[in-house]
Design a protein around this ligand. Sequence first.
Ligand code: SF4
Length: 81
Amino acid sequence: MTEAKIRVWIDREQCIADMVCVSLCPDVFEMSEEDGKAQIAAKWRVDSNNPAEGLVPAELKDCVSAAVEACPVSIIHFEEK
Ligand code: SF4
């Protein structure tokens, strides 16, 4: 059986870099050293060159969901695969 995953993505252009997502869910979100905006941790990325999207284990859904709800500009999204 394939482990359940959730797809997470960030509309990074609109990120205001307040680090709320990182503080709530550091297993999934991190701040980019290149542009200072939030990104998906490298180990979860679908495409290593795309920091905006990842596939994470469903067991991380609660912290992803907390980040989605807390992001002040509502730019984090997820769907269950
Ligand atoms: S919570 Fe939203 S605005 Fe804040 S760093 Fe994360 S993605 Fe950017």
